[in-house]
Design a protein around this ligand. Sequence first.
Ligand code: NAD
Length: 373
Amino acid sequence: MAENLDEKLNEVTVLKNYNIVVLRGDGIGPEIVAEAIKVLDAAGERFGFQFTYDEQLMGGCAIDATGEPLPQQTIDACKQADSVLLGAVGGWKWDTLPGSKRPEAGLLGIRSALGLYANLRPAKIFEPLKSASPIKDSIIGDQLDILVVRELTGGIYFGERGRCEKNGAPAAYDTESYSVPEIERIARVAFDMAMKRGKKLTSVDKANVLESSRLWRETVIRISKEYPEVELNHMYVDNCAMQLVRNPAQFDVIVTSNMFGDILSDEASMISGSIGMLASASLAGSSLGLYEPIHGSAPDIAGQGIANPLATILSVAMMLRYSFDEAEAADAIEAAVDEALRRARTPDIKEDGIPVVSTGEMGDLVAKLTAGE
Ligand code: NAD
């Protein structure tokens, strides 16, 4: 009897299951998220895991259904989940509502409710899209793949601010301040990312002028002792802004403060040349993360089947890599996107000689290639 049971248990393959809260949002959100889910399922089937999707409301659709951009039920579901996939929120219909009642208030609300203090923005050029980059081929070189890790919940955006008087004239101030634990935790995220990539980390600060930057640098150097395999260097933010366009291939992972990261991640991501290709992740230090394309809900093209789903598809590749440690599946999705770009294009990245396809056709193609067909 016992032997029979053992044999039976051996026959049953229990697949790993990941619970994902899905926030489709508004505008093109539902269209692009549908394609990303196709690709996740294809990756799961090939690499031996599966997903449970829990659909929740955020943004304009949540306002229409409940009167709130971020219902408590959505927050509770996200806190229970292994990860969160977001399309985009916002649209003309809700533009006249007061700030705290607008769809975009849901974005800030969910980031703070989940304690997402690390924002990851990759800037990668896919070979077939090289010509869309504003940077010359000779500068890009063979490969460009940078990850900007930005501190998201501290620094000057959250520091003390106010109006005052200076030399008898009206004045204003904002304060940049970082505590050691805040720097330690973002540094560890960045070192962990570097370990999963090229083992090279550039910490960006303004330590020649700012005391908060000197503390930043000291702390990053101390944390680097925990990661002897990672090569660490430091760069002033003004130099980094210049180096990103002069010699971007020198970077692997960049870690920096909230404000410097805000500016540098936009600069770095634009090297890739197309808003429909840019993914992002926000992490809370645990495996829970919020994954979303950096573009908005594009109400001007919603419902037409012409949106580019690749930024959202690349966001789920990040989810597999950073929340679930499924690097092989993430690599497969990125390789599938690269191949899909050689065979077809959505209208926003169309190129002579390559057929133009719809949102759904692009999703089907990437899913097929991810499945290894
Ligand atoms: P947007 O990113 O939605 O659109 C800018 C331009 O890029 C538009 O012409 C749009 O058609 C195009 N575009 C964007 N994504 C595309 C895609 N995947 N494929 C093809 N073309 C694409 O920015 P916007 O127009 O300034 O904002 C529209 C709405 O989105 C606003 O309500 C804004 O507040 C909101 N928004 C939301 C987020 C988010 O949910 N994270 C981010 C930014 C803006």
